[in-house]
Ligand binder design. Structure first.
Ligand code: EPZ
Length: 420
C-alpha cells in the first residue's frame, strides 16, 4: 500500500492543470451502454474509479481502450447483464449501469451497494423510479434483480430528495424508454447537465437541462449514436487546489477549469479575503492578509458542494475566528475532523455541525485517509503543518485525484509517494 509523505511549510506557486471530472465521466461511461456505435471520450481523468468503471464495462462484454485520457468504448457486443459484487463493492457508482442495462435488455442484476464511510447512502430512490417506469425489482442475495420484460415506459418521477446518480440513472433509462419521462426535483449538477447535453446532441428530446425538472422523450428501445464526448473539467479537483493555494496563502493559477461551475466556491474565497482573478478557462488565487472565519452549509448545486466540505474544514483551521460548517447531505461526513484534530486542529462536532477554531498551528503526524475527499483535506493540512506527515491509505485519493503528488510537487510542495 502507498502512503504520501509531506513536509509542511512550503509556499506554492505556478500553474496546475485541472483534469477531467471523475463524476461526469462515470455516467458518461454508463451511457455508452445506450449506444450502437463505438464511443470516443476524451479528457477522462486517469484515476482508479475510471479504470474500475471501464473494467466493469469489459466484464459486461464491452470493448474498451484507454490511453492518455482518451477512451473508446463499444458496447454492441454486451450480453452479460450482471454487475458483480466484486466491482460494486470497490465503487458505488457502479449503480450507474442499472438504468442503461435495464432499459436496453429489459433485465439486469446489480450488486446492492452497501453503506460507506460517509453514510448509509441507500439507492431506494433509484429503485422506486424504475418501478414507476414499469420494472419489477427484487432484492435477492445482495443483488438488485430488475426486470422489465415489456421494456421501460415513461413516467412522472418525483424524487423525495435530490439525488445526483439517481437523476443520471433515470435520465439514461428514460432515453431508451417508451414515451415521456418527467423528473421532478432532479439534480442539476454540471455532471448531470453534461450527461443530458450528450444525449440531447444525439437526438434524445430533453427539456429543462440545468433545472430541477427534466422531460425526456424516450427512443422506444432504439439504441443511440453518441458523438465524441469531451468530459468537463473537475470542479471538485479545482476547488481542492484552490484550497491548497488558500491554506498555504500562495499565488497559484488553475488552468483548464470551467469558471462558471466554481462561482459558489470563488464567492466564498473572495468573502474570506482572497484575491481571485478569472479568465475564460483559468482561475488565479492570490494571498490575503487575514483569512476571515466563515459559515458554510453544504447543499445541492449551485449550493456549496459536500465534496469540498472537508477541504474547507482544513482551511478553517487557519481562519481568524470560529467557523461553522453544517453537512446537510451525508450523515457521517466528518471523519476527517478526527484526523485533523490529531494534527492539532481544534474542532467541536455536534451532529451534522462542526465548529472549527481558527489560528491553530498544525503539526505533522501519521494520519489515515477514510474517503476520497477526507484524504484531500489531510493533504491540505499537511501542506501547512510543522514537520512531516504521512498520509496512509491513499488508495482513496487515487480513486479521484490524478497524479496529486506530481501536481503538488510542480507547485513547489514537498510531497513524495512511498510504499508502507
Ligand atoms: C454523487 O453521489 C457523487 N458521486 C458524490 O461524490 C457526491 O458527494 C454526491 O453526489 C452529492 O453531491 C458521483 O457522482 C459518482 P446523492 P450520489 O444520491 O449520487 C440520499 C465523491 O467524493 N439518497 O446525490 O450517490 C443520500 O444518502 C463522491 O466524488 C437517498 O436517500 O449522491 C444523500 O443523503 C462521494 N436515496 C443524498 O440523497 C437514494 O436512493 C444525496 O445523495 C439516493 C440518495
Amino acid at each position: 500500500m502507498d502512503f504520501l509523505w509531506i513536509a509542511g511549510g512550503r509556499k506554492l506557486s505556478g500553474n496546475v492543470r485541472i483534469s477531467g471530472s471523475k463524476n461526469a465521466s462515470l455516467p458518461l461511461l454508463g451511457a455508452t451502454l445506450l449506444a450502437k456505435n463505438r464511443v470516443q471520450l476524451t479528457n477522462l481523468p486517469n484515476v482508479v474509479d475510471i479504470v474500475t468503471f471501464l473494467s466493469l464495462l469489459s466484464r459486461l462484454g464491452a470493448e474498451t481502450t484507454m490511453q492518455n485520457g482518451e477512451a473508446f468504448v463499444e458496447t454492441l457486443g454486451v450480453r452479460e447483464t450482471k454487475a458483480v459484487y466484486d466491482i460494486v463493492r470497490k465503487m458505488r457508482a457502479s449503480i450507474l449501469v442499472l438504468g442503461p442495462l435495464l432499459a436496453r435488455f429489459g433485465h439486469c442484476e446489480v450488486s446492492l451497494p452497501g453503506g460507506c464511510a460517509i453514510g448509509a447512502r441507500p439507492v431506494d430512490l433509484h429503485l422506486r423510479a424504475f418501478e414507476k417506469m414499469g420494472a419489477e425489482i427484487r432484492i435477492q442475495s445482495g443483488y438488485i434483480n430488475a426486470k422489465a420484460p415489456k421494456g421501460l415506459k415513461g413516467a412522472v418521477i418525483d424524487f423525495d430528495k435530490i439525488t445526483v446518480t439517481g437523476t443520471e440513472n433515470v435520465v439514461m433509462a428514460a432515453a431508451l424508454a417508451k414515451g415521456t419521462t418527467t423528473i421532478q426535483n432532479a439534480a442539476c449538477e454540471p455532471e448531470v447537465v453534461q450527461l443530458c447535453e450528450v444525449l440531447h446532441n444525439c437526438g434524445v428530446g430533453i427539456c429543462g437541462i440545468g433545472t430541477n425538472e427534466l422531460t425526456i422523450e424516450g427512443s422506444g428501445g432504439e439504441l443511440l449514436n453518441l458523438a465524441p464526448i469531451s468530459v468537463i473539467s473537475d470542479r471538485i479537483e479545482a476547488g481542492t487546489y484552490l484550497c491548497a493555494g488558500a491554506i498555504t496563502n500562495s499565488d497559484i493559477t488553475l488552468s483548464h477549469v470551467c469558471v462558471k461551475h466554481l462561482y459558489t466556491i470563488l464567492d466564498l474565497l473572495r468573502t474570506i479575503g482572497f484575491g481571485i482573478e478569472t479568465g475564460d478557462d483559468f482561475v488565479r488565487i492570490l494571498p490575503c492578509n487575514k483569512i476571515a472565519s466563515f459559515e458554510l452549509h453544504t447543499a445541492e448545486y449551485p449550493g456549496f458542494p459536500t465534496d469540498l466540505q472537508a477541504q474547507f474544514m482544513a482551511l478553517a483551521t487557519q481562519a481568524e475566528g470560529e467557523t461553522l460548517i453544517e453537512e446537510r447531505l451525508f450523515e457521517n461526513r466528518f471523519m476527517h475532523a478526527v484526523e485533523l484534530q490529531r494534527m492539532g486542529a481544534k474542532i467541536e462536532l455536534e451532529g451534522n455541525k462542526a465548529r472549527i477554531f481558527g489560528r491553530q498551528t498544525l503539526f505533522g503526524a501519521d494520519v489515515m485517509a477514510t474517503d476520497l475527499r477526507a484524504s484531500s483535506a489531510l493533504v491540505l493540512a499537511a501542506l501547512i503543518a510543522e514537520g512531516e506527515s504521512r498520509i496512509h491509505r491513499i488508495y482513496h485519493l487515487d480513486r479521484g485525484y490524478e497524479r496529486i503528488e506530481e501536481k503538488l510537487s510542480a507547485l513547489g510542495a514537498m510531497v513524495k509517494r512511498s510504499k508502507e
